[in-house]
Design a protein around this ligand. Structure first.
Ligand code: TYM
Length: 329
């Protein structure tokens, strides 16, 4: 049986949020089935587009790897690695930069958002970030890339780059497709439900960190912004209420219809408590696993070394092919 190949990654900028978990990490775990082979990566090179503290980056990269295992990534089955441990990423990125148009990069919403947020540091890395991400993806010849909605545009650009390269030099890259969860491809901030929940939000009440204590999770949901409508429903423009219902569905496996029914005649207090309880039930076991894994230094080192070796083998094959195609070898 030909297995479908899966690749995805996450930046080690802070502790992942409930948005990362529902939008991506939980899906990563669910993808690990017999008909698939998954590569998962901590994208440390991507973290450098914003000024960083070296010790913090080192610590957050390890901590992210431990969290991914705690979320259910099985490194025996799916190579788990750190992006910078596989040099092919940066090498292919250069080639792909030469197949990416300025106009395409200028249209990326993430670039526009980040450039506005860090106006004093609009560096070339921030601009060409999507070519590096295309390299991350195309090196592994994946069929699917599980991401949240905000990364869909980057995966689509990777597709276009792959098609352009294949047309110019012959079949080299598999053209990948983004896949997103049914519920929660875009989890919104709890204080500003018109914007996505982000791990770099300056207001900690706006997001749930995967390492928040249960009491903190309950408190943050209780403070979540909703609206003045008396009835709990999923409807156009009801950002806060929609977001809470979406999180509820994602964590309980219920349909939206069932969720709305659960809160017939109820107030926001009941909804917020129920959502918080569902989230706590989902992430409490992850937190316990995380502490255990992070403390086992030898285990984590060996996982990351093996992961980089396995990923490196696949990546090198694709890199060699791309080099040969363009005439570098
Ligand atoms: P990052 O680190 O910002 O986010 C990791 C994953 O979490 C998803 N996500 C969300 N999903 C739902 N609701 C939210 N509020 C939310 N916030 C984040 C993201 O869509 C993503 O799937 N550039 C990528 C990392 C990366 C990558 C790759 C991903 C580097 N190379 C190759 C896929 C393939 C990033 O910054 O994700």
């Amino acid at each position: 049986m030909d297995k479908k190949i899966i690749l995805s990654g996450i930046k080690p900028t802070g502790i992942p949020t409930l948005g990362n978990y529902i939008g991506a990490l939980r899906n990563w775990r669910l993808m690990q089935q017999d008909d698939k082979y998954c590569y998962y990566m901590v994208a440390d090179l991507h973290a450098l587009t914003v000024r960083n503290d070296p010790d913090e980056l080192r610590q957050q990269t390890r901590s992210m790897a431990a969290l991914l295992i705690a979320c259910g990534i099985d490194p025996e089955r799916s190579p788990l690695f750190i992006q910078s441990h596989v040099p092919a990423h940066a090498e292919l990125a250069w080639i792909l930069n030469c197949f990416t148009y300025m106009g395409e990069l200028q249209r990326m919403t993430q670039f526009k958002d980040k450039a506005a947020k860090h106006a004093d540091n609009i560096n070339a890395g921030l601009f060409t970030y999507p070519s590096l991400m295309a390299a991350d993806i195309l090196l592994y010849q994946p069929h699917y890339v599980p991401v949240g909605e905000d990364q869909k545009q980057h995966v689509e650009l990777a597709r276009n780059i792959a098609i352009r390269f294949n047309n110019a030099f012959g079949e080299t890259f598999v053209v990948p497709e983004p896949i997103m969860p049914k519920f929660g491809a875009r989890i919104m901030g709890l204080q500003d439900p018109e914007h996505k929940m982000s791990k770099t939000d300056t207001n900690p009440n706006g997001y749930i960190s995967l390492l928040d204590e249960p009491a903190v999770i309950m408190k943050k949901f209780k403070k979540a912004v909703t609206d003045c409508e008396p009835v709990i429903a999923y409807a156009e423009g009801r950002y806060g209420c929609n977001n809470l219902l979406t999180v509820y569905c994602a964590c309980t496996g219920k349909t939206m219809e069932e969720a709305v029914k659960d809160f017939e005649g109820a107030g926001y207090g009941k909804l917020k408590t129920a959502v918080a309880e569902a989230v706590i039930a989902e992430i409490e076991p992850v937190q316990q696993e995380y502490k255990r894994i992070l403390a086992d230094v030898t285990y984590l080192d060996s996982v990351l070394k093996n992961g980089a070796e396995k990923a490196g083998e696949t990546a090198q094959k694709t890199l060699d092919l791309a080099f040969a195609r363009v005439g570098l070898r």
